[in-house]
Write a protein that binds this ligand. Structure first.
Ligand code: SER
Length: 562
């Protein structure tokens, strides 16, 4: 049995031996990217470097990255779909190109994982519009002795951008026994907001290998949930429900996937709520609870979470936040049980004097009271009430159309496009941190930040509301520095040197052996990945719009540049 830990270790070792530097497994909550809710691929935290910024660790990088994809929550339940998964990746930032990339993949699969090359087949980009067929990749594969090559169009052999704009390009996908396990993307284009594909300043390689799938393939399983990324969780569900996995696969997979994803999301600082990531988390927990009800278990989320901590004991984040994770799961489950009770009452009302449930009514139960469709069907059967899944689907489609229009605004432009506005706010965040320190005390630390094109959100350690005169002083300090027209300078050094030089940064965080330190005059010095404006004169006027508390000891400021 090859385990996830073994596969990860082999992958990192292999690329280390090819001069790649291991970069950290970033948070599931993207920093400074307003266009997506979660980190969806290993390349995501690397967007600034893919569009030309210099990475402090160099041009060859490798890691394992935790990811969440929520696009197909509804698909979870079959053998291969997950919301949470781990992705192995290696990158060339303007260094090696197709030949080395494909050879590395081939060598890793055949020499390190010992997969016979007869079991490998690949796909390449067939060309479309102004973009040429990828004969270069297919020739490299052929020379390596891989003859099962298919050419496919953009739907299959093109990756990115992660949002609606940004780096992207044709890819070659690698299948073992017809399961796609690895995707090598050759990023040579930047998609603009006008839909144009412009050549990137540098040609990058971005690859992604799904850990769960690859471990399944290596062990001859067709069901990812049988691998050791899931086995202990499924066992625990079997124990609790006194039912077998066989025959209850769909429900058990959904519970296992959703509780695992929830554990990781809470570990990265989110708690259930009604907006953005918090809402996704709420949906995941509630969906798990609903499916628990179908297989007859209740008050189970914390117990199902236990094996997640065991399987992923290589994540210090989980260990560190275990108490909070268990507390939040329990709280949300309790809350939801009350809602479900209310939903059942509603159901009774809908059906008290008719023997039929309409599409609209069933959709309301689904949407507002969190009933899964299976539960609605089950309830109707029990009470001999007529119900059509088609009518439900119709109401569901209608709703989706409306919500897609509503969210289109949010995602209309990607990181690459917003970059000018977000870059300015990013530089303002550095000035703000120093302004806070000079006004409220040297020991203020940054707890988090989130930037979109409209505003900067900044969390920091402080126990009380800021007084009006403190707010004014912070604004004054920041604006005075902006007016001094400082050039922003960057230096690379080791984290130890950075600390010694007095740069702000979270030194308990794992940095690589080189970091970038950004200085703004003599005012601010901070470890940061960038990007930043060239001169503070580009910033305009800094204004604090709002302050609030986000839990004990942490304040949040929302600020803009006008
Ligand atoms: N970004 C590509 C993917 O997600 C390769 O890592 O498949």
């Amino acid at each position: 049995m090859t385990t996830r830990k073994e596969l990860i270790k082999k992958y990192l070792e292999f690329f280390k031996s090819k001069d790649h530097k291991v970069i950290s497994n970033a948070s599931l909550i993207p920093e400074n990217d307003p266009t997506v809710l979660f980190t969806t691929a290993g390349m995501h935290p690397l967007v600034p470097y893919l569009i030309g910024q210099k990475h402090p660790q160099g041009k060859r990088l490798v890691n394992v990255q935790r990811c969440i994809r929520t696009g197909d929550i509804e698909e979870v339940g079959d053998e291969t779909h997950h919301t949470f998964f781990e992705m192995l990746g290696n990158w060339s930032l303007g260094d090696y190109w197709k030949e080395d990339s494909i050879k590395y993949s081939f060598d890793f699969l055949t020499k390190k994982l010992k997969i016979p090359k007869e079991k490998i087949n690949v796909t390449c980009f067939k060309g479309e519009k102004n973009i040429l067929k990828d004969n270069e990749s297919s020739k490299i594969w052929k020379d390596l002795g891989i003859n099962k090559i298919k050419f496919l169009g953009k739907k299959d052999n093109w990756w990115g951008p992660a949002g609606t704009t940004g780096p992207c390009g044709p890819d070659t996908e690698i299948f073992v026994n017809n399961v796609e396990i690895w995707n090598n993307v050759f990023m040579e284009y930047n998609k603009t907001s006008k839909g144009k594909f412009e050549p990137l300043k540098q040609k990058n390689v971005d690859t992604g290998m799904g850990v769960e799938r690859t471990v399944a393939v290596l062990n001859g399983y067709e069901d990812n949930y049988l691998t050791n990324s899931f086995k202990l969780i499924i066992k625990e569900i079997e124990k609790l429900s006194n039912k077998n996995y066989k025959g209850n696969e769909r429900e058990m997979r959904i519970i296992a996937d959703h509780i695992k994803a929830s554990v990781f999301i809470i570990a990265d600082g989110i708690i259930p709520g009604n907006s953005e990531q918090s809402y996704v988390l709420r949906r995941l927990i509630r969906r798990a609870v609903r499916y628990g009800k179908i297989i007859g278990i209740k008050n189970f989320t914390t117990q199902i979470a236990e094996p997640v901590f065991k399987i992923f004991d290589d994540y210090p984040e989980l260990k560190k936040h275990k108490k909070t994770i268990l507390k939040e799961l329990k709280k949300e489950e309790d809350k939801f049980l009350v809602t479900l009770e209310k939903g059942l009452n509603k159901f009774k009302k809908f059906t008290s004097n008719k023997k039929q449930l309409s599409g609209k009514e069933s959709f309301l139960l689904y949407q507002s009271f969190g009933f899964p469709i299976e539960m609605i069907e089950e309830e109707c059967k029990k009470q001999k009430i007529k119900f059509s899944v088609n009518d439900f689907e119709k109401a569901n489609k209608e709703h989706q159309k409306l919500s897609r229009t509503a969210t289109a605004g949010r995602f209309k432009s990607g990181l690459a496009d917003n970059s000018e506005l977000t870059t300015k706010l990013h530089t303002a965040a550095h000035l703000l941190l120093e302004g806070l320190k000079q006004t409220l005390g040297k020991n203020i630390t940054q707890k988090g930040s989130n930037i979109n094109a409209e505003r900067l959100r900044f969390d920091f350690s402080f126990p009380r509301k800021l007084e009006e005169k403190e707010v004014k002083k912070i604004e004054y300090l920041v604006n005075s520095e902006i007016k001094k027209e400082h050039k922003i300078t960057v230096q690379e050094m080791s984290p130890q040197e950075a600390k010694k030089s007095g740069a702000a940064g979270s030194f308990d965080k794992k940095y690589g052996n080189k970091v970038s330190v950004y200085s703004i005059g003599n005012f601010s010095k901070e470890i940061c990945a960038g990007p930043h404006v060239k001169n503070t004169k580009e910033l305009g006027t800094f204004k604090i719009k709002k302050q609030e508390s986000v839990g004990a000891g942490t304040r949040r400021i929302k600020a803009t540049l006008e």
